[in-house]
Design a protein around this ligand. Structure first.
Ligand code: PLP
Length: 452
């Protein structure tokens, strides 16, 4: 196909491509933004604009764009063995090696992994695995999985059902049966009248209430993101996770931690479970496992569940691309680069605190009601009235206006309602953090003048 210019790409795209999570009607009018190239923390669009990728793609390009080590690992594996499956008692070196490498960095007593192609597939796997586990334990009635409102666990039927996104449930009759939701630990929006400590305990306490309401003998698992990402970087009060862990133990409920965003260094730890002192029975990972260079997911399985699964013989579950050799080779290279470059330590001790300190300086802006963050993930709340922290009306579209101004400024920030979020590549430099903050501040100024 000959080189096409920007308008042609947009026309082709609008004529034939149905996008994920996109307002297709608006896209038909405006045309899609065409991203052509990436290097380090920057992207270039077809108009030649350089954009600082404050979201690391979709929270995944942790090592930044253009890493030769990852490209070379894929190239070599494509030559050696581009595909083979892991069904029917077969393995290949990239899958076996990566499983062992992951066992070395996973929290607690997790020594086994089941490979998938994505985060959504991880969560489908979780549903099948926990129900199979309880059946093997002689408790087949344990079918219910408790999640949270405004959680995001993917877009497959099980992922969208476990997730607590109302607009997703509304399209297609979800959630599936036996997937129920309690309130989220979103202090800024829902914690009025309580201290963060009280609020954390109240929200975790809803888990116990739900277990008692439905009957502990019916509950299979609780699932949660350590920090809700797509819901708006919701960082629970410190009292929340210890209480959830205590309740899961009390009623012998499996704890499933969805680390699809938090895993691989985002919080300054390999996994946020370490930060929160969690002992998950199952842990989902994807995205940063390959820095997004190629699709891969994995469900880590704690010894109790793994032992039962192994003793149970065949688990009738798997994907053609479970543990794809090229994806496993890239993940292995990704982890090795992270180790060689001390990325976790860097996020924990250096660039994470620096970003958080600079991000917190935005709190003084008249449009900002709160800033929050951990490691290299952060959020700020847009408010109409700083004193009362009242929001703009939904029709004002403050978040969307802010997102558009941000792109004009050459910065990708994401809007979740009126919450602006960032999750930049873990290799971002101090100077690039300064650039990000300057652009964010100018974006807020522009947004304020548009809204007033
Ligand atoms: N779980 C969490 C916490 C996520 O943030 C996502 C995606 O953003 C998913 C699951 C779904 O992952 P995927 O889009 O790879 O299916």
């Amino acid at each position: 196909m000959p080189e096409l210019n920007q308008v042609s790409w947009q026309q082709l795209d609008a004529s034939h491509h149905l996008h994920p999570f996109t307002d297709s009607r608006a896209l038909q009018q405006k045309g899609a933004r065409v991203i052509e190239r990436g290097e380090g923390v920057y992207l270039w669009d077809s108009q030649g604009q350089r954009i600082l990728d404050g979201m690391a793609g979709l929270w995944c390009v942790n090592l930044g764009y253009g890493r030769q080590e990852l490209i070379e690992a894929a190239h070599q594996q494509l030559q050696q063995l581009p595909y083979y499956n892991l069904f029917f008692q077969t393995t290949h070196p990239p899958a076996a090696r990566l499983a062992a490498t992951l066992a070395g960095i996973l929290p607690g007593n997790m020594q086994h992994v089941f490979f998938t192609g994505s985060g959504s597939e991880c969560n489908d796997t979780v549903v099948r695995m926990v129900r199979h586990f309880w059946a093997q334990q002689g408790q087949p009635k344990r079918q219910v999985i408790i999640s949270r409102k405004n959680a995001y666990h993917g877009s497959t039927l099980a992922g969208a059902s476990l997730g607590g996104m109302k607009p997703m449930h509304a399209q297609g009759g979800l959630p599936l049966p036996d997937m129920v939701h309690i309130d989220q630990p979103y202090y800024f929006a829902e914690g009025q009248g309580m201290t963060p400590h009280e609020f954390g305990l109240e929200r975790a306490g809803q888990l116990e209430q739900k277990i008692l309401e439905l009957g502990p003998e019916r509950i299979a698992a609780f699932i949660g993101e350590p920090i809700q990402g797509a819901g708006g970087v919701i960082i629970p009060p410190a009292s929340y996770w210890p209480e959830i862990q205590r309740i899961c133990k009390k009623y012998d409920i499996l704890l499933v931690v969805d680390e699809v965003i938090c895993g691989f260094g985002r919080t300054g730890h390999w996994f946020a479970s370490e930060y929160y002192g969690l002992e998950p029975d199952l842990l989902c990972m994807a995205k940063g496992i390959t820095s997004g260079y190629i699709p891969l997911g994995a469900v880590a399985v704690g010894e109790r569940v793994a032992h039962t699964l192994i003793a149970g013989g065949e688990f009738f579950h798997g994907y053609t691309y479970s543990g794809h050799p090229v994806a496993c080779a890239v993940a292995q290279a990704n982890i090795e680069v992270m180790q060689q470059e001390h990325i976790i330590e860097r996020v924990h001790d250096d660039i994470g605190p620096y970003l958080q300190q600079r991000w917190a300086s935005l709190a003084s802006h008249p449009l900002v009601g709160e800033t929050r963050g951990l490691g290299l993930v952060a959020a700020l709340e847009l408010v109409a009235d700083k004193a009362t922290q009242a929001r703009y009306s939904e029709s004002a579209g403050a978040g969307m206006i802010c997102r558009e101004h941000s792109l004009e400024m050459g910065l990708v920030m994401r809007a979740v309602g009126d919450t602006m979020i960032i999750s930049p590549p873990l290799v971002i430099t101090h100077q690039q953090v300064d650039e990000l903050i300057d652009k964010a501040r100018q974006t807020l100024d522009l947004t304020l003048s548009t809204l007033n």
